[in-house]
Design a protein around this ligand. Structure first.
Ligand code: FNR
Length: 353
């Protein structure tokens, strides 16, 4: 049966996936408080309609000079090939057809060149900085040559968070699932590898260093407060992604929606602000816009779509979000994204159980 919501698609994916792969995707760090908090923050956020305002919603927006068909992109996710052999190729095809960008992970399972050829929308590279800077340099140069348009440096991972589900499952990457754009190495244990190889001494100078490699715009992913937003601006970033890594890094980090207003206030429109973590319906996109995000990135649901139906499954994820967004905007009396102000949201009440 065709899924009508992202939750239904997730259920379909779960049926198809090996339980340890499902846990790798779904899990967070530690007790998964932050993972749960991301969703809870959206669940206690309500939308107040403006009535008797005839509207035909317009979804398009411009981010870093490029039009997005809707304020939604695909968050960087390692190893799409873990859930389907087409991997990122299917994802970029589906997103490109929908006019939506993809942030391709450092740990993508397909090569940048073939992704760039297959995509009809902007591709950005998510960058992890390794101890060996030459590895990162080669990665960035490869993406730039392929035509990627921006770099998103993940700053919440001086090391990988402890994913207890993966530890208990003894999770290992199956043969054939490998980072296609990194040098050969021992990648059987994604967390084991990254725990030793990420550069734990990274500082804000990385922004200049990355810009010097390819001259591409630089966004930082993993900012959760005004102070770091100000530091990021001072370092010259071109955009900020409010993210707690989908609850996979610091368990106890705040829900992204809760800290979005202070980040947006600190940034005050100087650069785009994106948010990820727990976005699962059109209403969540409107809530994030209302509280200061220019756009959102969607993570796990994309892998659910890929597992449930390859390229058409990812297309369905994006279509559901788009349709819900149109529906919510029409019912809330919002004509275009600029019309989504803070007065649209009502917060504080508890969601019904
Ligand atoms: C991630 N995320 C992530 N982030 C990143 O910067 N580089 C990466 O390689 C990955 N890989 C990755 C794999 C998997 C399986 C998941 C679930 C997440 C984090 C991701 O970009 C994003 O921050 C969250 O997934 C957003 O939250 P939701 O939408 O999954 O709730």
């Amino acid at each position: 049966m065709e899924a009508l919501t992202l939750a239904e698609l997730a259920a379909q994916a779960r049926e198809r996936l090996d339980p340890s792969v499902w846990d790798f995707i779904e899990g967070g760090a530690g007790e998964e408080r932050t993972l749960a908090g991301n969703r809870a923050a959206f669940d206690r956020t309500w939308l107040r309609p403006a009535v008797l305002t005839a509207s035909v919603p317009r979804l398009a927006t411009t981010i870093l000079g490029r039009e997005w068909a809707a304020p939604v992109g695909v968050a960087p996710l390692a190893y799409h090939t873990l859930v389907h052999p087409d991997g990122e190729l299917a994802t970029v095809r589906a997103a490109g057809a929908a006019g939506l960008p993809v942030v391709v992970s450092t740990f993508a399972g397909r090569e940048f060149d073939e992704l760039a050829e297959a995509s009809a929308a902007p591709l950005w590279l998510q960058v992890y900085c390794f101890r060996d800077r030459d590895v990162t340099r080669a990665l960035v140069e490869r993406a730039a040559r392929a035509g990627f348009e921006a770099l998103v440096v993940t700053v919440d991972a001086p090391r990988l968070g402890r994913r207890l589900r993966d530890e208990r499952n003894g999770f290992r990457l199956p043969p054939g699932v490998r980072p296609a754009n990194l040098p050969d190495g021992d990648y059987d244990s994604p967390s084991g590898h990254a725990r030793t190889e990420f550069d734990p001494g990274l500082g804000w100078e990385v922004v200049d260093w990355l810009r010097g490699l390819a001259g591409l715009p630089i966004l930082v992913k993993g900012v959760l407060g005004a102070t770091d937003a100000e530091r990021a601006l001072a370092a010259g970033v071109d955009g900020i992604v409010v993210s707690n890594h989908g609850g996979r890094q610091l368990d106890g980090a705040p829900p992204t929606l809760d800290v979005l207003p202070e980040v947006a206030a600190a940034v005050s429109g100087k650069v785009p602000v994106l948010l990820d973590g727990g976005v699962r319906r059109g209403a969540d996109v409107v809530a994030a816009r209302a509280l200061g995000a220019d756009a959102v990135l969607v993570g796990r649901p994309v892998l659910h779509g890929l597992a449930a139906g390859a390229e058409s499954g990812v297309a369905r994820v994006l279509e559901i979000l788009r349709d819900e967004l149109v529906d919510v905007m029409a019912l809330a009396g919002i004509e275009d994204l600029g019309g989504i102000g803070p007065d649209v949201v009502v917060t504080g009440g508890r969601a019904p159980e």
